[in-house]
Design a protein around this ligand. Structure first.
Ligand code: TEU
Length: 549
């Protein structure tokens, strides 16, 4: 991974909800071009765009029917090439989302595969005469019956997302050829969707679980990624990040250790399951703060020691808004959002900023299931009713956990559709768009937006953010996360208060080497009195840099 990537920040865009140049219900690629000056001002280095290829949109583009064509709803290839050029002109690289664990059942490969067992494309997918008990991540069996052939095909997600058979070398070549097509166009990187699920247990074994450990970090996954590196990434300066669902630290070290020639970095989700009671997503749950710190600390120290590299994130298009989840979306929204930003951006890894996070957008408080569009949430709602909850109880769970919480239109200004479009958007706006928007944040030098811009600039200024060893000073504290980052020449002290109650904190003796000078780089309150003891205010955040005498 090129060194500059260690000080880069990635901005994630969900094109359907970002900005509509053509003033339609959905966003488009020219809408991203319209906002490039804003993104350059913010200081981000890469834009990761979730899928905009041709798709029936059953899973909002993660069901690809043609990898080589832009879905007309998003624009044309010319629009994409303009985006690439205009972004590059501003020093920003474009990362594509590669969805090759599965295709849409509308994809030509699958249409061909349905023509018969001896069709060349049949073996591009996974067929069995009898299903096993593996479950889809969107609920129900992971197998769908195909009456013509009398066989079942595997779909770990929706029934219209058929899993690809990576055991088939011709399939792998077809995927690598497609990725080279986009790399040759000059993209700067790839996000690889659920890439750690592509190698299934060839025996399709089963037990009384949902089957995930028979295909997660599977037997040949590292071999396939090393082949992908040889066939696509080698000789190119690409930032590559793998979305690793239900993975392990050991595997993520291997996926991202440079000498293994697989990926630059990995997303893991363990820190975003701390509000899943007994590991169950679709239940109401308060988040386990001490658990969150433990997971973050394990992955900071584990990846550092193992030579791996973390992708750092609180939000994405599959997760509820972080200020609603781990912060305070009411009276303390601004200060808690800043605290969450500093707590994450102070860590070792590459930070990812999801559209709207920089202005502290919150969950929109969906009241009725009719307001939602996400296939996973709509399925979950029916399952919750079937499990005996009434509509109000079911909606309470959906309101907390749904992916649609982060898919509402981006809020640019206080106009009718928040500057996203002049047409009623595909998903309703949050009610706070009138005052939570980019225009008002730009105008307020003390806003969360300016705080993120400062954090992004600090990462380029101070090498310790990329290299410093991580050490947590308050692993068991119920509301404080205090950690240091240390390198030979400098040190950081990050104090984050996850709560509204007043809290005092004294730094233990010996943490700061004798004679080292402290400089407060960033806080969400006016600078406190000098000294290693603090009366912390609600959701207080302090970032100090320390240097030797
Ligand atoms: O997500 C993978 C994934 O695991 C998520 O589905 C996640 O488990 C769930 O949403 C959290 O509850 C990726 C994409 O990010 C997601 O949008 C797609 O739906 C999914 O893969 C299938 O492509």
């Amino acid at each position: 991974m090129p060194e500059n990537m260690k000080q880069a920040v990635v901005y994630q865009i969900y094109p359907k909800s970002f900005s509509s140049h053509r003033q339609q219900a959905t966003g488009d690629l020219l809408g991203v071009v319209d906002r490039l000056d804003y993104l350059a001002w913010l200081g981000v280095d890469y834009l990761w765009l979730t899928p905009f290829y041709c798709s029936p949109q059953k899973d909002n583009g993660y069901d690809v029917s043609d990898y080589y064509r832009i879905d007309p709803a998003y624009g044309s290839m010319a629009d994409f090439e303009l985006l690439l050029a205009e972004a590059r002109r501003r020093g920003i690289g474009i990362m594509l989302d590669i969805v090759v664990n599965h295709t849409s059942t509308e994809h030509a490969w699958f249409r061909q595969a349905l023509k018969g067992r001896d069709n060349f494309y049949r073996d591009f997918y996974i067929w069995r005469d009898q299903p096993n008990n593996w479950q889809s991540k969107f609920g129900g069996s992971a197998w769908a019956f195909e009456p013509e052939s009398g066989q079942y095909y595997l779909h770990l997600f929706d029934q219209t997302q058929a899993d690809l058979n990576w055991e088939n070398p011709q399939l792998r070549q077809a995927v690598f050829e497609m990725m080279r097509f986009w790399a040759d166009k000059g993209v700067a990187g790839f996000r690889l969707d659920v890439i750690n699920l592509i190698s299934k247990d060839p025996a399709f074994s089963e037990d009384d679980s949902d089957g995930r450990h028979f295909y997660t970090d599977g037997p040949r996954v590292h071999e396939y990624l090393q082949q992908m590196h040889r066939e696509v990434f080698a000789g190119r300066e690409l930032l590559t990040v793998g979305e690793m669902s239900s993975t392990s630290l050991a595997h993520c070290i291997d996926y991202s250790r440079p000498e293994r020639r697989e990926l630059s970095m990995t997303f893991n989700f363990h820190h975003l399951k701390v509000d899943y009671p007994q590991g169950k997503k679709w239940q109401l749950g308060r988040f386990d703060f001490v658990g969150l710190k433990r997971i973050m600390s394990d992955w900071q120290q584990g990846m550092h020691a193992g030579g791996g590299w973390n992708a750092l994130f609180w939000c994405n298009h599959d997760q509820p808004r972080v200020v609603s989840r781990f912060g305070d979306e009411g009276q303390y929204r601004q200060v808690s959002a800043k605290m969450l930003a500093t707590a994450l951006h102070g860590l070792q890894g590459t930070p990812y900023l999801y559209q709207g996070e920089e202005i502290a957008m919150a969950n929109p408080a969906f009241q009725h299931i009719e307001e939602l569009r996400d296939v996973e949430s709509l399925n979950a709602y029916q399952q919750l009713l079937a499990s005996g909850l009434d509509r109000t109880q079911a909606m309470a769970v959906i309101r907390q956990k749904s992916r649609d919480n982060s898919r509402t239109p981006m809020q640019w200004d206080s106009s009718r559709f928040a500057g996203f479009s002049q047409t009623q958007p595909w998903l309703r706006l949050a009610d706070d768009a009138g005052y939570i928007n980019v225009a008002s944040a730009l105008a307020d030098p003390d806003s969360v937006l300016h705080h993120y811009r400062r954090l992004i600039a600090l990462r380029k200024q101070y090498r310790v953010l990329a290299d410093g060893d991580y050490h947590c000073l308050t692993p068991e504290h119920p509301s404080l996360w205090v950690y240091t980052r240390r390198s030979a020449a400098e040190m950081l002290l990050v104090i984050s208060h996850f709560g509204a109650e007043a809290q005092s904190y004294r730094l233990p003796e010996g943490v700061i080497p004798e004679g080292w000078q402290a400089e407060l780089l960033l806080s969400n309150y006016p600078a406190p009195a000098v000294g290693w003891q603090w009366q912390l205010r609600p959701w207080h955040s302090l970032l100090y840099r320390l240097t030797p005498p």
